[in-house]
Each structure stands twice: as C-alpha cells, then as structure tokens.
Design a protein around this ligand. Structure first.
Ligand code: NAP
Ligand code: G3P
Length: 479
C-alpha cells in the first residue's frame, strides 16, 4: 500500500512541520503503515492559535445565515467524500466499512442539525419590574456570544463524528477552532478537514494540529490563546487536562462502565439482543458500550444461556468483511483486556464463551459469576469482554452500579415501568435507557457523563451553549 505523508492544516494551507519529524500510523488489522503525519512544534501551534484569534473576530461578526452556508457546504462535501473517507476510517481505526460510512453520514446530519438548531436559538429579555423594587424602565437583553478560540481534542474511536461534534457547534456559534485529533485517527481527521477546506471557510478559522498528545497536548491545553476546551477521551487523560487547564470552560466526555440491569420480569430475548449490541459492536470500543450485566440471580442461568448462544453467532474478524468483533486499536489495549479476563478467571469467574485471542483480535468473551473483587467488575475494558454479576435485588444492583467511579449511562430491562423509574431515579449516571442499549445518539439528546465519566454536557443545543456565554445588555429607558 502506498504510504502517504500527510500535512497539518493552518491558515487554509497544508504544511510540513519544521521539526521534520513524522509519526507513522499503522493499521490495527492490516499490520502495515498506512501513512505518516507531522509531529508539530510549539511555534507552529503558536502561529495557528494567534491566527485563530485574529480571524475569529471577523467570523463572530459574520451573520448566522452566512455562517450557516459554510457549514451546509461542509456537510455536503463530507457526503460527497464518503467513499474516500470511510475506507480510511476503516483502515486507521479498524471499524467496519458500514460503520465507517454511517459515521460520515451521521456527521453530515449532525452538522446540518447544528445549523438548524442555532438558527432557532434567540436569547431572551428580562423585565426589571419582575423583581421587588425593580423598575419597568430596565430591560435586560440576554444573548449568547462566542467564547473565542475552542480547543477540540477527539478520541480514536469516532475520528470524524466526535471531532465534528465539537467543530460544528463551535463554528456556528462564532468561535474559531484548534483541532487536535487522536494520533490513531489523525488521517481520518485530515480527510474531514479536506472536506472542510472545500467549503472555503475563512483561512485560519480552523487549524488541524498533529502530534502525540503526550508531547504537544499540555502545551495546547495550557496555551493562553485558548478560551474553551472540548475534550473526549479517557478518564485519566481528562483528569490530567482538568488539572492543567486554568480558569477556562471545559467539557469533558470521558470513560464509562455502563451496566445493563436485568430484572426478573424482563423480556430476556430482547434484553440479550440489546445487551450484545451494546457490549460488542465495534468490539466494545465505545464509551457507551454495556460493560457489565447485573442480573437477578433467579433468571441468571437463563439469561447467560441466551447471551452465550447470541455471542457465539457474532461475526469475528477483519473489518473489511463487515465483522462486528474486529481487532482492537492496538496490542496494548488487547493486553489490557486479556489481563482483565485472566484476573477474573484466577479469582473464580467462569468463562461461558470466548477467551481466545489472535494478536490484537480478542474473541467476544462472556464471564459469569463475576464478583466485586475482580477488576473486570470495575475497569473500562474498551474491548469485547462482558462480565455478568448476579444480584439478589434491585437495591443490590443499584448499589453495585453506583459504586463505579464512572457515571455515563445505564440500561434497565423490565416490564414494570414504575420499577424502571425507581431504578433510573437512583442511578448516578448522565442518562438511563429503559429497555434499550446504552448509546449517545440521537445526537440532539443531551449527552452527559458524571463522576469519572465527565464534566459538562454535549448534545447539539447543549454543545452550542457550552461554547458560548451570556452577554447581557441592560436598557435603562426613561419611560
Ligand atoms: P485518550 O488516550 O484519552 O486520547 C484522547 C485524546 O487526548 C487523543 O487525541 C490524545 O492524543 C489526546 N491526549 C493525550 N494526552 C493528552 C494531553 N496530555 N493533553 C491533551 N491531549 C492529550 O483516549 P482514546 O484512547 O483516544 O479514546 C478512548 C477513551 O475515550 C475511552 O476511555 C473511552 O471511554 C473514551 N471516550 C469517551 C467518549 C465520551 O463521549 N464519553 C467518547 C469516546 C471515547 P494522542 O492520540 O496523540 O495520544
Ligand atoms: O464512544 C463514543 C461514544 O460517543 C458513543 O457513541 O453513538 O456509539 O453510543 P455511540
């Protein structure tokens, strides 16, 4: 395969770094290099940020309708390029072609919806006399204004969608953006920006920075030219950033350990279908993947039996063949998942199916009789392993669920809507799915991580709000 040297993007131009350093990008399933990206230097980052600050002022004064035209064009270019971008996503992060194509189309839909949402966000007025002693001649006009330059840092698992989920709300709101894709995802990010470039936005409004987060990341996060950080990635990285970033707004979307709580009255066949789709799609490399099952002990054997049958039907192998369980992003991740399986076996868990590995391809694994002393009960595997914990009551399920450091989503499977809401009300998570798998979409819904799963809210309107602030203009009329 011809190896391309990709460039970074600043001032509407594709450039090579003065560092002369390149970062090789290996495919997680082809086991070969698919391209190289620039290892940028601090000076190049400075140039990008100072340019963004300049251009942002003009962009913020551009009418919403004008800004909308650019974003609609970008969405159209993404759709036009889907046959080019989807294979790159597949090769770079090992996602099936179907999922990769869906990601591109979902992103275009996201951008268009973001524009439509912004076109209907109008601010509000407040009258002075609604407060005791306040005067009728005082009127507050409250509008939302851009924060300035947004630093958007995205993870490997949705290299296009979770990047645009930051760029689109930032841009429609009048901000400029410094975009840092995950290194293993930066070629897909570059392709997304090629579509952006074709939409002819003002030069310098968006810059794409390539370089390892461990090398250039802190410099970006601590940079005085950044006004807001929108980060999606691991909890450890997120906590590190939160310590580094001083006095600027942040939205952090971090890891998860979403439970699937299965009550005695649940439709087990339907629950199993939702749990397996939630746990094993894209090999479980989703922050919202179902990462543990908490099942009433009376129906445990029955559910595990159904899960076993369904899991053993899953398609395993290369993403090029449209498989569901594909090789993980790298060997290090596969080693981590393998370690969790071995720790559980050592401590008495029963392997119902799986525990087979071929390089970084881990076969879908179901572990039964998992107990709280096993790491897999608490750690985020980001891989195709599903632990089953038997519980004796709803209360025990709720306690174990809430003991987790994470708080992204949870699923409750039951026919009793009252019980469902009782459990939902007690769940320490951003969202609870009743009789459905845990997932982020549809993308206009608020998406929230609490505890170690994040800070702030995403979801189209919420993302626009997080990248703007209120500006109050008070009229003091002489009535
Ligand atoms: P990661 O290792 O935390 O990396 C995420 C991003 O942070 C990458 O762009 C990375 O760059 C960058 N980074 C690393 N160190 C940095 C630093 N010191 N300063 C600034 N940026 C830095 O996460 P990942 O492996 O890509 O993604 C998997 C994790 O993300 C999982 O834990 C998953 O649950 C979580 N995630 C959460 C959500 C959500 O919406 N809640 C969505 C998707 C994924 P490099 O690639 O160059 O290191
Ligand atoms: O991990 C990415 C996260 O944002 C999940 O998205 O749509 O797969 O639930 P989704």
């Amino acid at each position: 395969m011809k190896v391309i040297d990709y460039k970074f993007y600043v001032n509407g131009q594709w450039k090579e770094s003065q560092s002369g350093q390149m970062i090789e990008i290996q495919s997680p399933y082809l086991y070969e290099m698919i391209g190289r990206v620039q290892a940028m230097e601090k000076e190049e980052v400075d140039e990008a940020i100072s340019l963004a600050r300049e251009v942002q002022v003009e962009w913020a004064n551009t009418s919403l309708q004008e800004r909308a035209k650019y974003l609609y064009r970008w969405a159209d270019e993404l759709v036009n390029m889907q046959n080019e971008i989807a294979p790159i996503i597949m090769k770079e992060v090992g996602k099936s072609l179907k999922d990769a194509r869906n990601e591109v189309v979902r992103t275009a839909d996201f951008i268009r919806y973001t524009v439509e949402e912004a076109l209907h966000m109008h601010g509000e007025n407040m009258k002075g006399d609604s407060f005791p002693g306040g005067s009728k001649s005082k009127i507050a006009m409250i509008e939302r204004v851009p924060l300035g330059v947004v630093l958007a840092i995205s993870p490997f698992n949705y290299p296009v969608n979770l990047a645009a989920a930051k760029l689109a709300p930032a841009l429609i709101a009048g901000n400029a953006v410094i975009f840092k894709p995950a290194t293993q995802g930066s070629i897909s990010g570059i392709k997304m920006i090629e579509a952006f470039h074709k939409a002819e936005f003002p030069k310098g409004l968006v810059s794409l920075i390539t370089g390892r987060g461990s090398v250039i990341g802190d410099y970006l996060v601590e940079h005085k030219g950044i006004d807001m950080i929108s980060f999606t990635g691991g909890t450890n990285t997120g906590e590190h950033l939160a310590k580094k970033a001083a006095m600027i707004p942040m939205v952090l979307e971090l890891g998860g350990k979403d439970p699937g709580i299965v009550r005695e009255d649940a439709d087990l066949v339907e629950a199993a279908k939702q749990i397996i789709s939630g746990a094993f799609s894209y090999s479980g490399q989703r922050c919202t993947a179902i990462k543990r099952v908490l099942v009433h002990e009376h129906i445990g054997d029955k559910l595990v039996g159904i899960l076993k049958e369904e899991i053993e039907r899953l398609a395993v192998g290369s993403p090029e063949k449209g498989n569901t369980v594909v090789p993980l992003i790298d060997n290090q991740s596969a080693d981590f998942v393998q370690g969790l399986i071995e720790d559980a076996i050592e401590k008495g868990s029963k392997v119902v199916t799986g525990n087979k590995r071929d390089r970084n391809l881990i076969y879908p694994t179901l572990l039964d009789h998992v107990t709280e002393d096993m790491s897999v009960a608490w750690e985020e595997p980001f891989g195709p392993v599903l632990p089953v914990i038997r519980v004796s009551s709803d209360e025990e399920a709720i306690n174990i669920a809430n003991k987790s450091e994470y708080g992204l989503q949870a699923s409750v499977f039951t026919k009793d809507i009252n019980k469902a809401f009782m459990i939902s009300n007690k769940m320490e998570t951003g969202s609870v799915q009743i009789n459905g798998r845990t997932e982020r979409g549809p993308d206009h819904f608020p998406f929230i991580g609490v505890k170690g799963s994040g800070m702030g809210v995403q979801g189209i309107r919420k993302s626009i709000e997080s990248m703007t602030r209120e500006k109050v203009t008070v009229l003091n009329l002489s009535l």
